[in-house]
Design a protein. Structure first.
Lengths: 113, 337
């Protein structure tokens, strides 16, 4: 896929972080489980590995907190959780997204009539 | 099967060279953890399954491109650490160490600590004055003074004294068989046992308590500071910097005075340290040196022989001041302390 990607992939990139926040909003998750759940949603993720840099950025921004959990089978695993700031950002996005989605749906349906 | 994973991770590591080191390590660690989990709980037990997982992860180049897109804007890949990190109170740690432990190095050690104390930006004037007055010279000086006698008692015996000279290599000795009177006269001042120990303990404890107080104040001050991106000067660790630091650290023991001064010159010419750091290093080298010169001049002027103590002091000043400067510079290169 070329650097810019198709328009859909650009849209995807914009909303993916909020999908991640939403999944973490339900419960704390290990990286692997988070990626698996995202992958289950059709059309949301192309390269699963790109979730990890996204998680790093969310952590740097303070929307996601990580903790290390000891594991019997080897090195400690990273556990991701939503922070208060992250939750606030997610709720703000949800409100905007509803309006945006309805607006775009409305225009598109008129346009294709 | 493990070889496939190792090969992928190797490709990822090498593609990630363009990222700041901390981010690169984080990315590789996250992917490695993902692959480990895929194997243990994800049921990817044979090569085909692993390859599927790797395909779904994406090509290493894609992951690195995504990491670059997420990274804070950094124009040029930087050597070493580029992520902002908590500033550390290295300068103040050095000062506290020199004021306490360094005071066991006569004069110079405590002086070096005092220089760093006064040039700190994290301590207020109150801190600095207290740190200097309690106790000048530090615990080392206190112990040194405590070991010197301040009270001498002389016992005098009146009566004939016989000197025996047995010869044949034995030492002559004195006896006073008809001692009439024994008198003891004491001069000087000493506190009686209990008091003396109490005062000594106080003078030893005070600098230690002050040191702890200074250290904690520095930590509090540092905690309130914004994260700092440790920038490397245009030079970083070049030949100039290495030569300068080496000459400062060990040159004083090999070619006194000259080598450390040359080292200082090299350091001053380098652009890898801030002006402030260079000034501090200069003070650490030149102040003890000036003191030694003063000592020598005084000895010559008063025509007194340079005793062992003064020689030792002179040696330390000439070699250990620069050593402290060299270590300080080595630890603080490229970092604002």
């Amino acid at each position: 896929m070329e650097p810019g990607g198709t328009r859909i992939s650009q849209l995807r990139r914009g909303v993916l972080e909020f999908c991640v926040l939403a999944l973490l909003g339900d419960s704390e998750l290990y990286g692997f489980d988070l990626v698996r759940r995202l992958a289950e949603v059709d059309g949301l993720v192309t390269s699963e590995g790109t979730i990890y840099p996204l998680l790093s950025r969310l952590r740097r921004e303070g929307w996601v907190a990580t903790s290390w959990v000891e594991s019997e089978q080897g090195p400690p695993r990273r556990y991701y959780a939503l922070t208060e700031d992250g939750r606030a950002a997610l709720m703000a996005f949800c409100a905007e997204w509803s309006r945006f989605r309805d607006a775009v749906d409305g225009v598109l349906s008129k346009g294709t009539r | 099967m493990q070889a496939v994973v190792e090969e992928y991770l190797a490709r990822l590591r090498s593609a990630a060279w363009v990222l700041p080191r901390e981010q690169a390590e984080e990315l590789v660690a996250g992917i490695a953890e993902h692959l480990e989990q895929a194997r243990t709980s994800g049921g990817a037990n044979d090569e085909a399954a692993i390859r599927t997982v790797l395909d779904r992860l994406g090509e290493p180049e894609e992951l690195v491109a995504a990491a670059r897109a997420e990274a804070p804007p950094v124009a040029v890949p930087q050597w070493g650490r580029a992520a902002p990190e908590r500033p550390r109170a290295l300068h103040e740690g050095f000062a506290v160490g020199l004021l306490t432990l360094g005071s066991f190095v006569p004069v110079v050690g405590w002086l070096a600590g005092a220089v760093l104390l006064w040039t700190s930006r994290r301590w207020t004037t109150v801190h600095k004055v207290v740190g200097t007055l309690l106790v000048p010279g530090g615990p080392g000086l206190v112990l040194l003074l405590a070991s010197m006698p301040t009270r001498t008692c002389v016992a005098s015996i009146s009566g004939p004294i016989v000197v025996h000279a047995p010869g044949a290599g034995a030492d002559p000795f004195v006896s006073s068989p008809d001692a009439v009177e024994a008198q003891t006269s004491c001069s000087g001042f000493a506190l009686s046992g209990g008091w003396g120990i109490a005062v000594l303990a106080l003078w030893l404890l005070a600098p230690l308590i002050v040191a702890v107080w200074l250290w904690r104040s520095a930590q509090t001050a540092v905690a309130a500071e914004a994260p700092v991106v440790p920038g490397r000067g245009p030079g970083g660790w070049g030949a100039l910097e290495v030569a300068g630091v080496v000459l400062l650290c060990v040159g004083g023991f090999v070619v006194p005075v000259v080598a450390p001064l040359v080292g200082l010159g090299l350091v001053l010419a380098s652009s890898s340290w801030s002006a402030r750091q260079r000034n501090i290093a200069g003070a650490l080298v030149l102040v003890p040196l000036a003191l030694c010169v003063l000592l020598v001049v005084l000895a010559v002027m008063t025509m007194s022989l340079v005793a062992g103590v003064e020689l030792v002091l002179a040696f330390f000043g000439v070699a250990l001041g620069p050593l402290a400067a060299g270590v300080y510079l080595a630890l603080t290169l490229g970092r604002e302390t």
